[in-house]
Design a protein around this ligand. Structure first.
Ligand code: GLV
Length: 391
């Protein structure tokens, strides 16, 4: 494994088709998904030389905690189907490496268990349908010791994921000959992940959707549990802000107008995101709107996810104003391929790429990154300031 994309090819061989399809897939024609990558590819670096870069560091501070690198693990649903105890694997590897990890609200291991294994893990909630149930979930999250709460807001309804259906994935999973065949053709996964989970922990349930246990993954109740989210508006955020004492992060913002709204509501941070292209297809790539969002974000911590596969991508996002970024699928694949050790390797690879590129950019610290280090092939003028200030 020499780079993050290597884990994808390896995971394809390890994971049953529907599970790999769920992770890899996006909405409709993959336009949002594919443009997330393209937006990074359109930017080139303008490095400086002879800057004495002998003492480099890549620490960042987020909500009062110092992390060793400026990237974290994005929340990913049902990660415990990709790897045995996947949510714990991701959270522990991140804690070990001193980077943030966000536990998904659509996860299959109880929040309390994950927090005990990796204190400091962030929690991403999908809001339940009623204020009473939201309040109860917030009480549970606080009692579990979560300090940073991420609320995902780009899912008023489920995205149209034809790709998942074509790959044989659905929630609930539909038992049948095809699913059995998909499992039997991946014996390592069948024994090491599925049977091990069933034997030691029983049928996986959605543990963290509500204050109480949600539906099992094989139940038709799953659909109903996730069906009532289209009535949310900013009054819900205002209510949550009044109750939640920890850091509050909104994930799924793409419009500068919504960034301004979040700021007005006392939100501490936002994750500029199109959900990895999994919700609204043709939603703009986060990187493209990042500069305009940073302008409207006031003192909020602006973060980004979507399409980051290299240290170079991390640095491009940070040059445009992101304080940190999140990476999803590659860490899920790394967990599938080699558990916690695999995730540790992936983190180290990305960290080494950032360090190497910082040196070649002529930088010792992320604080000095800015748009003067970027050249945009498609629109050179706004980003290219050849005579701009330089440290
Ligand atoms: C869950 O959030 C997903 O995108 O599948």
């Amino acid at each position: 494994m020499l780079s993050l994309p290597d884990f994808e090819a390896a995971a394809r061989r390890v994971l049953p088709r529907p599970i790999f399809g769920y992770v890899a897939g996006a909405a409709e024609d993959n336009r949002a998904h594919d443009d997330n990558r393209r937006a990074f590819d359109e930017l080139a670096f303008v490095p400086r030389v002879l800057c004495n870069v002998a003492h480099r560091q890549q620490q960042v501070s987020l909500f009062g905690t110092t992390y060793a690198s400026p990237f974290g693990i994005a929340p990913m649903g049902i990660a415990a189907l990709s790897a045995y105890r996947g949510d714990i694997v991701l959270a522990r590897a991140a804690a070990q490496a001193q980077i943030p990890a966000v536990l998904s609200g659509s996860s299959l291991i109880a929040l309390e268990t994950v927090m005990a294994e990796a204190p400091g893990t962030w929690f991403q909630a999908y809001l339940p349908g009623t204020n009473e149930r939201i309040d109860a979930l917030l009480r549970r999250v606080a009692a579990a010791g979560v300090q940073t709460l991420v609320i995902t807001v780009d899912i008023p309804v489920a995205g149209n994921r034809e790709n998942n259906l074509r790959a044989g994935f659905s929630t609930p999973l539909r038992p049948g000959v095809r699913l059995a065949w998909d499992g039997l053709t991946r014996p390592r996964w069948l024994l090491g992940t599925l049977l091990q989970t069933l034997a030691r922990h029983g049928m996986p349930h959605f543990e963290n959707s509500f204050a109480d246990r949600g539906a099992p993954i094989l139940s038709s109740r799953v659909q109903r549990d996730f069906a009532e989210r289209d009535h949310f508006d900013w009054t819900h955020i205002a209510r949550i802000r009044r109750q939640w004492k920890g850091a509050l992060v909104i994930k799924g913002i793409l419009s500068p107008l919504d960034a301004a709204q979040a700021h007005r509501h006392g939100v501490d941070g936002i994750i500029v995101s199109n959900h990895g292209g999994r919700q609204l297809d043709s939603a703009v790539a986060p990187l493209r709107v990042l500069p305009a969002i940073v302008e409207r974000a006031g003192d909020m911590t602006v973060m980004l996810d979507g399409g980051i596969r290299r240290g170079a991508d991390v640095l491009k996002a940070m040059a445009l104003g992101a304080r940190a970024v999140f990476v999803g699928r590659p860490f899920n694949y790394a967990a599938a391929v080699d558990g916690e050790a695999g995730v540790a390797v992936a983190i180290d690879l990305l960290r080494a790429e950032i360090d190497r590129n910082l040196a070649m950019l002529g930088l010792t610290s992320l604080d000095d990154l800015g748009p003067q280090y970027l050249f945009n092939h498609r629109a050179p003028h706004p980003l290219h300031h050849p005579h701009g200030d330089h440290p």
